[in-house]
Design a protein around this ligand. Structure first.
Ligand SMILES: [Zn+2]
Length: 231
């Protein structure tokens, strides 16, 4: 599979695959955005192409695919020959179900999650959770909580992100299941969407948010690294 850049019949710049047809998959196009580096576009097309190759499944018009935090949808391109990529129009809204052309948000979120991991000198990037994955949270938390303590633990269920979110009160018993709840990540971060950029930290990372700063404890380290994040 190769990636070509050209101009679509409607005059828009686009990136498109060439070579998927040889395995019976319709070629796929993406509205090219000059703000997005080409390696992000390449990463997206590789992901799609790997899915087709490994699963043996074909992607059809109307189907969706998770890509990191958000969801993509494939529809028939105006040329009637290729599929084009759309993405959730409002990836940070828990109730989002409208799609828009392109994948700018999907690619930007992935890149920002990776750069956040690297900014704290953490070598390994963790699983990029989808917005529908679950977190376990302390019931004392609400949208106005000033302190939220995120711990990433190993998860063996595909629907679990591995994130546990506590209230930061050491006298609160988080081993008592009655004090805990399970919620979708999209609901958890709805009031502070910039938290999403920290969610690709690997297992055993701790991230402490309060309104003015964020402190990240890399795996195996007792000393946190602080930054003003204003999430
Ligand atoms: Zn608590």
């Amino acid at each position: 599979m190769q990636i070509l850049y050209d101009v679509a019949p409607n005059g828009a710049r686009r990136a498109r695959t060439e070579g998927l047809q040889s395995v019976g998959q319709m070629e796929i196009s993406l509205e090219a955005n000059s703000q997005i580096p080409e390696d992000s576009t390449e990463r997206l097309f590789r992901y799609i192409s790997d899915y087709v190759m490994v699963s043996g499944q074909k992607i059809h018009s109307g189907e969706t695919m998770r890509y990191g935090w958000t969801t993509l949808r494939f529809t028939l391109a105006p040329d009637g020959v290729m599929l084009q990529i759309e993405e959730l129009a409002q990836p940070f809204s828990p109730d989002s179900s409208d799609y828009t052309a392109g994948a700018v948000n999907a690619m930007t979120i992935l890149t920002r999650q990776d750069s956040t991991v690297r900014r704290f000198n953490i070598q390994k990037i963790g699983h990029h959770p989808h917005r529908s994955e679950m977190a376990i949270i302390c019931r004392n938390l609400n949208a106005k909580s000033k302190i939220m303590v995120f711990d990433r633990i190993a998860s063996n269920k595909t629907e679990d992100s591995g994130w546990f979110v506590g209230c930061g009160d050491s006298s609160h018993d988080h081993n008592n299941l009655k004090e805990l709840a399970r919620i979708h990540l999209a609901h958890l971060v709805a009031s502070r969407p910039k938290m999403v950029y920290y969610l690709a930290m690997p297992e055993e990372t701790r991230v402490v948010f309060d309104y003015s700063k964020t402190i990240v404890f890399p795996p195996g380290e007792n000393e946190g690294k602080e930054e003003d994040s204003g999430v």
